[in-house]
Structures are given as C-alpha cells and as structure tokens.
Design a protein around this ligand. Sequence first.
Ligand code: HXC
Length: 257
Amino acid sequence: TENSLILTEQHGRVGLITLNRPEALNALSDAMGQQILAAAQAFDKDPGIGAIVITGSAKAFAAGADIKEMAAKSSVQMYISDWFSVWDALARVRTPMVAAVAGHALGGGCELAMIADFIIAGENAKFGQPEIKLGVIPGMGGSQRLTRAIGKAKAMEMVLTGRIMGAVEAEQTGLVARVVPVESLLEDALATAAVIAGMSKPVTMIAKEAVNAAFETTLAEGVRIERRSIFACFATDDQKEGMAAFMDKRPAEFKHR
Ligand code: HXC
C-alpha cells in the first residue's frame, strides 16, 4: 500500500515501514509522524504481523525533524498541540520494532531510531543530535535515550557539540546492535525481524515490556516485573507448545504467530 510520505509493505509476518520523502532526506514532518504512527499501530494490532522494520534510504534514515516546518512555531502552539506526542505513542507500540539505519540519522532521525527496540546500522550510518547548532535541544527523547544507550560522557559530548558518530563507534558504544554492509541492510533487518516474528507474538511483547522496564525502574522492581511477566508467559498456550516441542525434539508450532 502507498502513502504520500511513507511506504508500507508486508513481508511474511514482518511489517515494513519505509520513510519516503527523499527530496528532504526523510525530514520528519508532522504529517509524516502521523503516518508512521498510524502504520505502526495498524501492524501492532494485526495478529498476522509479529515484528516491524522501520527504514529510510541508503542516503538518509532521517535527517531530523522538519526544520522548515518547525522554524516558525511558537512555544504555546507546541504546548497546546502537544507537539511531538506522536513519538511517545510510537514508543508505546508493543510489537517489537527494528530500525534499519543507513546514512544520516540526525536529530529526530537518531531519536526515531532509538524509539525502535534496536538498531541495525549500515556501514555508512551517521548518528548525531545536532539540535544545539539550531539553538534547541533534542525533543523526541534523545537526551534521555542516547544517554541510556551510550552513557553520560559521550551523550553529553554529542548533545553539546553536535558531533556525528559513525557506525563503528555506534556499535562499540552500544547504540546499535550490529553493523552490516548497506547493500544487505534491509535484507538483514527483515531476516532478523522474521526471527522475532516466528516467536509467539504475546511473548515477544512481554519480553519487550520487561526489557523496557529496565529503563524505567529500580533493579528490585524491575526483577519483580520480570517475575510476574514470566509467570504470565506460563498462562499462554505458546509456553505449553514451546516446551512440549522441545521435549518432542521438534520445532515449536506457536499458535500466536
Ligand atoms: C528540513 C531538511 C532537513 C531537515 C535536510 N533537509 N534536512 N529539510 N528539515 N531536518 C533538506 C534540505 O533543506 C535540502 O532541501 C534537502 O533536504 C537535501 O539536503 P542537503 O542539505 O542539500 O543535503 P546534503 O548537502 O547532503 O547534507 C545532508 C545533511 C544536511 C548534512 C544531513 O541536510 C543537514 O545538516 N540537515 C539538517 C540536520 C539537522 O540539523 N537535523 C536536526 C534537526 S532538529 P532543499 O529544498 O533546501 O534543497 C531535530 C529535533 C528538533 O531533529 C527538536 C527540537 C524541538
């Protein structure tokens, strides 16, 4: 199916969202944010989809929020319209989401990649939070998610100077899960997402929620959340099937996939 600013496709049980605004290096306009969220929420609700991949082009994942669109906005306008809340909603999508990032992932582009559950980067990927050069700061969670991903020293340096980080450093610092050649980036991300989509969807949702709890709470509370979550797994037919299949020495036939 086709939208104006994004393309969506289904590859087996994987939902693919491709940012499609090449003339602006996939700068994230308000309309684009709405389309991304609508597509991700539709995939989230679809039992036929077990994982989502979000990607851009070989040149740009996304070069940031749309500077031309936001330049004239007022603080009050932004406050009243709850501007950028669309990205909070995207972070609440429960289906696992992989970002396949090639080229520029700057400002809101880097932040969008970090809203995904993990990033697979092409060798040419460039991550940065250059908002400081525009007289602002990250606004889609970057000051928080980048700091949690790579630690205070590097996050501070990037946010305060606007320094761009390449793919190798991004992998070394834990910002990305893996670096692959740009030519095979999408194929790799789709294959990785297909592995996830082959598991039980409710159980991958529970796993995502449990890992995300590590960013929200204390160790003791996080472990309590994990404990309740694994007990919840035992309430699924897929737990019974997964363990039965192991004992029968056969592949699991999960019902919810
Ligand atoms: C709007 C953008 C854009 C952006 C690029 N374009 N980035 N338009 N918003 N964020 C547009 C350019 O204006 C240009 O259109 C076209 O895309 C191609 O870009 P070029 O600059 O000609 O390409 P290139 O020379 O290859 O340089 C690539 C680049 C540069 C280094 C990525 O485009 C760049 O620095 N972009 C801005 C990066 C940035 O600052 N991002 C953070 C934004 S703030 P025209 O029509 O002019 O040819 C943010 C969070 C804000 O994301 C939150 C605060 C509240």
